[in-house]
Design a protein around this ligand. Sequence first.
Ligand code: EPU
Length: 339
Amino acid sequence: MLIRENISLLPFNTFRMDVKAKIFAEYSSVEELRALLEQYKGEPLLHIGAGSNLLFTKDFDGVVLHSAMRRARCVSEDADYVWIEAENGLVLDELIAQLCDMGISGLENLSYIPGEVGASAVQNVGAYGVEAKDVIESVRAVSIADGAERIFSNAECQYGYRDSIFKNSLRGKYIITHVVYRLNKHFEPKLNYGNLSSEVGFNPTPMSVREAVIRIRQQKLPEVSELGSAGSFFKNPVVPKEKADELLKLYPDMPHYNAPSLEGREGVGLCKIPAAWLIEQCGWKGKMMGGAQCYEKQPLVLVNRNNATPEDIVNLAAAICKDVKEKFGIAISPEVNYI
Ligand code: EPU
């Protein structure tokens, strides 16, 4: 167990905000996690993964928890599937690389997403037509109140677009410690998104899909090791089809996709509009506010271009939301968590 006091969180958030935490504690087992929860009962708690989906807006006057549990093991298999249980602190992309190496598929479209297994199951990360929920069988979690362990089935996680029960009614109540994925022994590539299919080429394998996804991401998205960011800053808005039709009369070239559900509710007649397009139309692509920039290659991403302060990022995000609302009548909301 590692406990440090009054430390900078700069190495622990990909936006590179130089804020401080009163306590930073890292555990290496569920028992250690329980001991920390007992020790710091009543203190504000924040469990982080790779810090790749959050924006620290100020110092954190409480305990920042991080997992150093990083193992994965096969817990079951049959002729078609293999069930892999991964610990929360394992870097998701390291797991995916190993699985692709073994020819096990299901997660390859999520290659190169920054982040760790636990947070990716809270956030239901997604890319190139696949979401984590498509392969998550169940998650194991520890109750913050009493340390009790509970297993949540996929259905109980109430997954939606970048959403789960852990971001809603159970926010701040559980820490996911393990995720069980049901993965395929027989490869069924999912190549319908954008130009993925042409990028992959003939005779795809889990590894060739992984490599193609990495190439596409590298062209469009900043390397968090080189330029501070938290990936997509906003969610793509889902609007009623009538609203999309109204806009299409004014903007016939507006990209739009059928969306299956709105905030978890199944429904017909819903449309997803890329926030990147809305933001670009408002003229924000490449623009700066203080040290924060709307990324020039993908305006859905805000970057820390030049020693941005939390305020710079917050102000830029607010200005973008305001303009999109004024021009299109659509409220876009951050996917990044403000702390
Ligand atoms: N677009 C523009 N201008 C641009 C870039 C994109 O108008 O400069 C429009 C285009 O119409 C394009 C569309 O946006 O077809 C979609 O772009 P892209 O395929 O890059 O995907 P996205 O909707 O912008 C989402 C995820 C990404 C994920 C990609 C690929 C969200 C919030 N973001 O972005 O996830 O990698 O799809 O699946 O859903 C992340 O969550 O951090 C993330 C990077």
